[in-house]
Design a protein around this ligand. Structure first.
Ligand SMILES: Cc1cc2nc3c(=O)[nH]c(=O)nc-3n(C[C@H](O)[C@H](O)[C@H](O)COP(=O)(O)O)c2cc1C
Length: 190
């Protein structure tokens, strides 16, 4: 399996408006591939403006927030590409799309790194941070995965939250649980 790095990807539309979404970047030699499922704003933006920023953050509220309608995280202009960098990241990569491999389901935007910027040392992940990330992936797939699988994974991830969450991870988890509760209500009425 290739290495996949879970990042917050910022892209811009033709009007220069920023869009923020969690995406896994796939390593391919010296390149990194952004592979958004159709349809998506990230995909439309990459076609309009072929640059992106991969933001590496240990604040998992950004992952949870993006999936629960909380998308206004502070940004500033990138240095070497047309785009925006999230404030409060550990590091970021500025990316330029070199080619697009078309696919009906999931086109692949193969990018080269145009600039790497380190902001502060990475201080490691605790289990609650990892659990929020996994839960965010589950929440992004609520309509695709079997309900039993979602419930059993949530039960396991909750243990890490109870044992190791700081207020930041707890807040992120609570946002995700609001979405899970809405899904449960919908699922139970079917
Ligand atoms: C950790 C993580 C990784 C994700 N990776 C991808 C990905 O590689 N491709 C994708 O289409 N969606 C991925 N998602 C889901 C997207 O974040 C979500 O669908 C998002 O809304 C993208 O659509 P948008 O560009 O229209 O906002 C991921 C979500 C999480 C939490």
């Amino acid at each position: 399996m290739p290495r996949i790095v879970e990042t917050i990807v910022t892209t811009t539309n033709a009007d220069g408006e920023v869009h923020i979404a969690p995406l896994g970047l796939i390593a391919e030699g010296d390149s990194w591939v952004i592979a958004p499922f159709q349809p998506s704003r990230t995909l439309d933006n990459l076609r309009a403006v072929p640059f992106a920023v991969a933001n590496h953050t240990d604040d998992v509220r950004v992952f949870a927030g993006c999936l629960t309608g909380r998308k206004s995280w502070p940004t500033r202009p990138a240095e070497n590409v047309s785009g925006f960098v999230l404030e409060d990241t550990v590091s970021h990569w500025e990316l330029a799309v070199e080619r697009v491999e078309e696919d009906e389901l999931r086109p692949r935007f193969v990018c080269r790194i145009a600039n790497v910027v380190h902001h502060r040392p990475w201080e490691g992940f605790n289990r609650a941070q990892a659990a929020v990330l996994e839960c965010a992936v589950l929440v992004s797939r609520l309509k695709m995965l079997p309900a039993e699988k979602i419930e059993s994974e949530l039960k396991y991830l909750k243990i890490a939250i109870e044992k190791t969450a700081s207020p930041r991870e707890q807040e992120a988890w609570d946002w995700l649980m609001e979405r899970v509760e809405a899904w449960r209500r919908e699922y139970r009425t079917l």
